[in-house]
Design a protein around this ligand. Structure first.
Ligand code: GLA
Length: 748
């Protein structure tokens, strides 16, 4: 039986809020009556995990302050004596959820336009509750604006073991007339310090998740997107702040990390103030998104994931990964099959025979699933290239006369699972769908609908379109009962937006689009709980914890060049666990970059995530097939560490000529170590010694090099102590570009 303990704000001593004291009004002038706000006694609200704590304090007019986010205190009540010593010309101290209004004139988390055109909101603490459900302590803080009746509930779910706090906000229009939300952030965090080193990502198609670092200067830094779909192709809604330092460290110092669970336009603002402070506001991007809220209606913001680490960036990543695997990612606790995807091997040109031979080859190399990518559908406008057919989801029986079921059954017969590609949110103008439903397309009156990759976007704000998109998933699943995996793609961003369905309410578009997608995925998950679903989006363009609630994994990047993947996978690893990161070995010269990298290097990179291959296996030599065979079979021995182990980054490709990382089992009895040389180093310079991390110093580990016939590593086959491996380390003979080595460590 689940035990729910309600700790009704026993420590609270709120003055009576009803009756006379609230109604009492102060005459300001002949024309205006000022609504009196009751006084609140000092109330300390600790939001704790096993090792961390946020401390919020309300008092006076009920303004809620964030006094602490950091290490867990022995007595958070001591904050009752704290004086923030902040001047009152910008609010009354460090506000937990700053609003436009009152004395506050910096970046608001909330601003509301009321029916009379006024925009001031002053939130006052009313009450709070805390309840425990297993590993999660929920804190709900009720706030209110006494003039307009607006009610705001701040909700925090504190994941004890993972040291992660999820925050979201519920905004209710308690008045009698509609209002408009102009800013409606999920969460805001006030931090004290003098130096804040921000780490965030940027990029573009084929070069996602590049890492940028900067010491914040005074005023405002914003990381955001306005792309609608493909929200994370340029920037990701996740970041780290290293406190009081200008050095990024994996192992030392206080780090606060955050990630917004939203698959659309987001905005993260970092405002460094003169009061030795930083204020972070994180949420849906208010850009072109004023949101109407009728009387009595509630808007629930997306969740914001927060974590604090006193042991550098490594621990911050591990906290988020651990939360993600247990709670944040659909199927995050499962091991996923190693697969062959048809895209780079066959593109649009295949017959049933082509696919059957690829399945045979996949089976012979030990792969566990075959995924049929784009090109299998549309008859009138056959999908033989990306210029037509998208939207017409009938099987192309000229290409595949025996149908999908035949191919899927064949795969199952060979012991492989079967997956198939769809892109149900999009349509080529050259398709029956575009002709039948022009009103479903994102467009605005009198304006050209621009194409990107020759396609338009369907308007997911429209429930009819949501039904259609769901039906595409559903109908595809009906093509064969042997479909185990869907690759769900979405290959363009939104511009020139408009919705026939929303009429005059166009400013709802960006928010309702994402909610429409989530409604579809909710239905998908209710009907197909066991199907593995990949979030593709051109690779890297919908990588966020909003989508991962429904998707098992994402396609990390369309750039499959192993050297390019070094930085992409490093950047991704800061915030997302390896179990979500699809990573494929492709052919050389690489189809995106033209570079030629050794097959071993390609495998060593791909094995650090969810391994796959994406090439025509019949073009591999016998020697290459043997290497593939070897790498796939050793991967199966320790991939549980890649999927479920704790990540330790041991060398950054940004600060060194080497990228190195390792995954360690929870009990520290097993580990897998990956090392890559990304540059040529003259022998005289010498090679790097990799000091391992996260092992048990007392344990002895048997070291065995993987993915090679004969190891030249002197420690291969030897037993070395955790103490030696972490303090002495691996001295590897890696000095040429593209050299790499993978080691499996097992405690004896
Ligand atoms: C996108 C995906 C690729 C592939 C193609 C198919 O680019 O990222 O993996 O599925 O679409 O058109």
């Amino acid at each position: 039986m689940k035990k729910v303990l309600i700790l009704v704000a026993a420590a609270l001593a709120v003055l009576p809020l009803g009756g006379a004291s609230r109604k009492k009004a102060v005459k300001a002038s002949k024309e205006q009556t000022v609504v009196a706000v009751p006084t609140v006694e000092k109330t300390v609200i600790p939001i704790s995990t096993d090792n961390t704590q946020m401390v919020l304090v309300a008092f006076g007019k009920g303004i809620l302050h964030t006094y602490h986010y950091g290490a867990k205190l022995t007595d958070p009540g001591e904050y009752a004596n704290f004086n923030s010593r902040m001047g009152s010309n910008n609010g009354d101290g460090p506000m937990t959820y700053p609003t436009q209004g009152g004395k506050y004139v910096s970046e608001p988390a909330l601003s509301v336009k009321y029916a009379d055109g006024y925009r001031n909101t002053e939130l006052c603490y009313v009450s709070h509750t805390q309840s425990v459900r297993g590993n999660v302590v929920k804190t709900e803080i009720q706030m209110k604006d006494y003039v307009t009746g607006l009610q705001v509930k701040l909700v925090y779910d504190a994941y004890q073991k993972e040291d992660v706090i999820l925050a979201h906000t519920e905004i209710t229009n308690g008045g009698k007339v509609p209002v408009e939300l102009e800013n409606y952030a999920s969460s805001s965090l006030f931090l004290r310090g003098d130096k804040f080193l921000l780490t965030h990502t940027y990029g573009d198609w084929g070069a996602e998740m590049q890492v940028d670092r900067e010491v914040l200067t005074h005023n405002m830094k914003v990381v955001e997107t306005k792309r609608g779909t493909q929200a994370t192709q340029w920037n990701n809604p996740a970041f780290m702040v290293s406190m009081d330092t200008d050095c990024f460290s994996e192992t030392e110092g206080e780090v606060i990390a955050g990630a917004l669970c939203w698959s659309g336009n987001f905005r993260l603002s970092f405002e460094k103030g003169v009061s030795h402070n930083l204020n972070i506001v994180a949420g849906i991007n208010p850009y072109s998104s004023e949101y109407p809220l009728g009387a009595g209606e509630t808007f629930v913001t997306p969740e914001m994931v927060w974590t604090f680490s006193a042991e550098g960036a490594g621990r911050a990543s591990r906290n988020i990964h651990s939360w993600a695997r247990h709670y944040g990612v659909y199927g995050g606790d499962q091991i996923k099959p190693a697969l062959l995807n048809s895209w780079e091997g066959a593109y649009f040109t295949f017959t049933t025979e082509t696919l059957l031979r690829m399945i045979d080859d996949a089976a012979s190399m030990g792969l566990e699933m075959f995924v049929l990518d784009d090109g299998w559908f549309a008859m009138d406008y056959p999908r033989d290239n990306d210029r037509q057919g998208l939207g017409d989801w009938e099987v192309n029986t000229r290409k595949l006369p025996e149908g999908i079921d035949y191919v899927a059954k064949y795969a199952h017969g060979k012991g492989l699972k079967f997956g198939i590609w769809i892109e149900p949110e999009m349509v080529n103008p050259k398709s029956n769908l575009a002709q039948a439903h022009p009103d479903w397309v994102v467009r605005s009156p009198g304006r050209e609908i621009y194409q990107h990759r020759n396609q338009w976007i369907l308007d997911l704000t429209n429930p009819e379109v949501q039904d259609f998109v769901f039906s595409i998933f559903d109908n595809t699943m009906q093509l064969s009962k042997d479909i185990d995996y869907i690759k769900f793609d979405s290959n363009r961003a939104i511009n020139n937006f408009g919705s026939d369905f929303l009429g005059k309410d166009q400013s709802r578009f960006y928010v309702d689009y994402v909610q429409g997608l989530y409604k579809v995925m909710q239905r998908v998950r209710e009907k197909y709980p066991d199907t593995i679903v990949q979030c593709c989006s051109s690779g890297g363009s919908r990588v966020d914890y909003g989508s991962l609630r429904y998707f098992d994994e994402f396609w990390t990047s369309d750039d499959t060049d192993a050297m390019e993947r070094v930085k992409i996978q490093y950047g991704t690893s800061l915030f997302y666990p390896a179990c979500t990161m699809a990573s494929h070995v492709s052919a050389v010269p690489n189809h995106q970059t033209g570079n030629v990298t050794p097959l071993k290097f390609r495998f060593d990179i791909a094995c650090a995530g969810r391994l796959g291959m994406e090439l025509q296996p019949k073009n591999l030599s016998a020697e290459e097939k043997a290497l593939a065979d070897r790498c796939i079979s050793s991967y199966k021995v320790w991939r549980d560490l890649v999927f479920q182990g704790d990540l330790y980054r041991i060398s950054s490709p940004y600060e060194s000529d080497y990228y190195a990382l390792m995954y360690v089992s929870e009990d520290k009895s097993r580990a897998v170590v990956f090392t890559y040389s990304t540059n040529y180093l003259n022998r005289a310079i010498g090679t790097k010694t990799f000091r391992l991390r996260g092992l048990d110093p007392q344990k002895k580990y048997k070291v065995s090099e993987q993915n090679v016939d004969t190891s030249v590593f002197s420690a291969n086959g030897k037993s070395l102590s955790g103490s030696y491996l972490m303090n002495g380390g691996f001295n590897l003979n890696l000095f040429k570009t593209f050299q790499s080595a993978v080691f499996y460590l097992e405690a004896e």
